[in-house]
Design a protein around this ligand. Structure first.
Ligand SMILES: NC(=O)c1ccc[n+]([C@@H]2O[C@H](COP(=O)([O-])OP(=O)(O)OC[C@H]3O[C@@H](n4cnc5c(N)ncnc54)[C@H](O)[C@@H]3O)[C@@H](O)[C@H]2O)c1
Length: 339
């Protein structure tokens, strides 16, 4: 550690890195951004200047910097494995954005390497820090909805312009399509709240011709308890990025909607027209992502400092990746795949 503070190195300075930076900035008493890396030199230099940090254009040089204790990897999917592996080999703690890697064998290797080296390794799966989902967890634990029978989810927004841009990675092989990008959030949620899924039956389509991968995905199956689920992901919906989850049980149903006010409401039976608003979930469509990311990086820094487990177990992010791989297999074979 430098100056008794944890030294942070950030690799990949695209849009979403700002939320991670905000989380570290809030923890300024215990950690400091000491190094920033991006292949776009101008961006690396200007962003590093904001924190009086060193700027790098090669991640290998950032990893060689002894002031860096923790590496945060926020680059396109294809590079997660290579950079995380190199960082762990250099003895750095690693937080990597989702999906953990693009292939499950790579993720298994990283988890084993981190364990062997005694390093903290986690995935920036912000889902586990979204206030609405934490409230949903409480309601489910209280049994207010009864036995869960049906779950429907939607993750949607638009990446059409980025897919059409030949210089960007979105929607291009080998970075993966919307199922790898977005369905992992919901499979992680299913593992956390419902113990996972039994099977997947996937359908995919490509609406934007410039894309090389699917930009819409529809997945059906059963949760661990036998309940039915439907999972819909899309990056061609011209609305603000949003998440919606509907959970229906033997006593009632709950609707969580990032763009609705109130955000979380449940209904107990067909006569319960008014329903119950779940308090303390502010309507804040932009803060949904931003604040949960701040909470997630704070959790990781705390885990490193206190030598405690981070909230996101990389094994659960691996589970989400395996589910996405099973969906790809299901689409190819045109049949359901058991997990
Ligand atoms: N948790 C979430 O909800 C969420 C939301 C958005 C993005 N993400 C994830 O964050 C990651 C980045 O996504 P983004 O939208 O910020 O992408 P982006 O394209 O905006 O940013 C990626 C940055 O990485 C840089 N880069 C690419 N290759 C590099 C390399 N080898 N070394 C150093 N820098 C490199 C690029 O120049 C760019 O600045 C992805 O894994 C994505 O899935 C997660």
């Amino acid at each position: 550690m430098t100056e008794q503070k944890l030294g942070l190195g950030i690799i990949g300075l695209g849009g979403i890195a700002f939320a991670h930076e905000a989380g570290y900035f809030e923890m300024g008493e215990v950690c400091r951004i000491v190094a920033m890396c991006d292949i776009r030199e101008e961006e690396a230099v200007s962003r590093a200047a904001m924190y009086d940090a060193k700027a790098y254009t090669r991640y290998q040089d950032l990893l060689a910097d002894p002031a860096v204790d923790v590496v945060d990897i926020i680059v396109p999917h294809e590079f997660h494995y290579e950079i995380a592996k190199a960082a762990l080999e250099k003895g750095k703690h690693v937080l990597v954005e989702k999906p953990i890697t693009v292939k499950s064998e790579q993720a298994e290797e990283l988890i084993a390497l981190a364990n062997q080296k005694g390093l903290k390794f986690s995935v920036a799966e912000n889902t586990h820090f979204v206030t609405a989902y934490l409230k949903a967890e409480e309601i489910l634990k209280q049994g207010i909805l009864g036995d869960i029978w049906t779950v429907r989810t939607l993750v949607a927004g638009s990446e059409v312009l980025r897919i059409k841009n030949p210089n960007l990675w979105h929607g291009k092989a080998p970075y993966g399509g919307v199922i790898l990008d977005s369905a992992v959030h919901n499979f992680y949620l299913f593992k956390w709240l419902f113990g996972g899924v039994r099977d997947v039956l996937g359908f995919a389509s490509r609406i934007v011709p410039e894309g090389e991968m699917e930009d819409n995905g529809l997945i059906f199956g059963h949760l661990a308890n036998g309940a039915e689920y439907q999972l819909n992901v899309s990056c061609t919906m011209e609305i603000p990025w949003t998440e919606r989850v509907e959970i229906y049980g033997s006593k009632g149903g709950m609707i969580i909607d990032q763009l609705a006010d109130p955000v979380v409401k449940y209904y107990l039976g067909s006569n319960d027209i008014d329903g119950t608003v779940v308090e303390d979930v502010p309507f804040d469509p932009l803060g949904w992502k931003f604040n949960s990311m701040i909470a997630e990086v704070r959790d990781f820094v705390t885990a490193v400092i206190e030598d405690s487990p981070p909230r996101v177990d990389p094994a659960d992010a691996l589970y989400a990746l395996k589910a996405a791989e099973a969906v790809a297999q299901s689409i190819e074979q045109k049949q359901a795949v058991n997990l």
